[in-house]
Design a protein around this ligand. Sequence first.
Ligand code: SAH
Length: 371
Amino acid sequence: MTSLPLVFEAPRRALPPRHLADLDEAGRRAVVTELGLPAFRADQLSRHYFGRLESDPDAMTDVPAAIRDQLGGALLPRLLTEVRHLETDAGTTRKSLWRLHDGTLVESVLMRYPARKDRAERITVCVSSQAGCGMACPFCATGQGGLKRNLSTGEIVDQVAAAARAVARGEIGGGPGRLSNVVFMGMGEPLANYPRLVAALRRLIEPAPSGLGLSRRSITVSTVGLVPAIGRLADENLDVTLAVSLHAPDDELRDTLVPVNTRWKVAEVLAAADAYAARTGRRYSIEYAMIRAVNDQPWRADRLGELLSNRLAHVNLIPLNPTPGSEWDASPKDVEREFVRRLQGHGVAVTVRDTRGRDIDGACGQLAASG
Ligand code: SAH
């Protein structure tokens, strides 16, 4: 007798367990009703999670233990398990490595910026939207590892909830505080995980008990420039801040630095960002990693300045952070200063991003989530 090859047993990937953050209010109530419980229990559970930032159902002491177990089992599974965290800057920068239900690893980075005379304190979490990334930008460690999988809405939101909890409980340097900003600049291309991203944004923005109640403008979605998705995002009325990773003003160089440019060119990406800004009435940022002798020439500064001079955009220069195996360096400071000067000469607002977390491989482009 010949045995059949086991071709029918295609490897099936278990989805992350369902979490209340995956659902809207009606969805949460439907699950609870199906358990035979009154719908208000769903609201109680989400107040617990979004309002009190509690992830342990047993801490819901205002609910009978048996019901707690039922609710927790159905809607509050543990999505993220901290493998370890690394801290620097006197505990005000903290990178967490999380293990997901299927063993996949992702990272998020929490950063506290003290108040300055012109600005209130900011506490920002940089979250991942995918495990790995499929965009293959050659200067980014995440891009070099390829895409493992999309994160679920719950897995994205729970990174923010965990950060908000750590901040509220004073687990980061500087004592208890309040999470103020979220940037989608961790692992992954957020717009390549579109439906999960948009649902996560809703959870972040909606007030408790449905969400974390963060302000729209304090949330930034950074993209390589997936043009159709930028258009769709504008229509969602979420009004979050958009950041576009440009890194070169000319298609010839951008084709190599941001490979998706071979599909959507600089002019198309900027037109999509303009349309987004027109909808929201808000400036977008152009991210530009300063790579020595690659994209930092004075003529490229001028070209970028000309491109942006009449746009609702500002430039955020990012000194290149080192990544394993890359022979590229950050631009020298005098080259960076000249680049800034030329952009400003075209009337373009410029900031230079700090290199927070570099010593713990927690800075832009360094997240690789190796166990
Ligand atoms: N996929 C999104 C989020 C990426 S991370 C995007 O591409 O926009 C946020 C920013 O860090 C992006 O602008 C990205 O290009 C940049 N970046 C990646 N690697 C970097 C590195 N080694 N040094 C500095 N910036 C880097």
